[in-house]
Ligand binder design. Structure first.
Ligand SMILES: C[S@@+](CC[C@H](N)C(=O)[O-])C[C@H]1O[C@@H](n2cnc3c(N)ncnc32)[C@H](O)[C@@H]1O
Length: 152
């Protein structure tokens, strides 16, 4: 699905999140994705991401990384996905200064150790062949005081 759907308006592939306590203010263009964005917000807002360098593993159609880069004041946001088609699409449809997408495997992340302040992973790890290898990779690319933000 990450690679096959041509429609650039399809920006998320998660089940979404709803809470009466969470009333996010969104730009009009993001309203159609409110529930998927709320899932990202619920997880990402566990820490203050202001000024941080953040990696998303399994970024899919890029909506989550786009949301974080536009609303949460990060210094840099990189989305990684195993699907080259999805990554190409993301690099075409988003034109945001601090946001880039790269092809990569959760079990062999294409980054040096101690690179990121936070790694986020949303409804993607059920696809991986080894959760242990993924977690070892998250630990490797995170800085020692870094945070792993995770939704299975
Ligand atoms: C259900 S989608 C979720 C996408 C996105 N996180 C969202 O919430 O919209 C799962 C994503 O994980 C990606 N994926 C699957 N296996 C992967 C792997 N080994 N490494 C990186 N990404 C992977 C898929 O290509 C797909 O884009």
């Amino acid at each position: 699905m990450a690679s096959k759907a041509d429609d650039p308006n399809l920006r998320f592939m998660n089940y979404g999140y709803f809470s009466e306590k969470q009333a996010l203010t969104l730009n009009d263009e993001d309203e159609k994705d409110r529930y998927s964005i709320q899932l990202y917000h619920y997880v990402a807002s566990k820490i203050d991401l202001t000024g941080l360098k953040v990696l998303e593993v399994g970024s899919g159609r890029g909506g989550g990384s786009s949301y974080i880069s536009r609303y949460l004041n990060v210094k840099e946001m990189i989305g990684v996905d195993i699907s080259p088609t999805a990554v190409d699409l993301c690099n075409k449809i988003y034109n945001i200064n601090n946001l880039t997408f790269k092809v990569g495997d959760s079990e062999k992340l294409p980054f040096d150790r101690n690179t990121f302040d936070a790694v986020i992973n949303i409804e993607s790890s059920h696809c991986y062949s080894s959760m242990d290898n993924f977690l070892l990779e998250v630990k490797r690319v995170l800085k020692p005081e870094g945070t792993f933000l995770f939704m299975i």
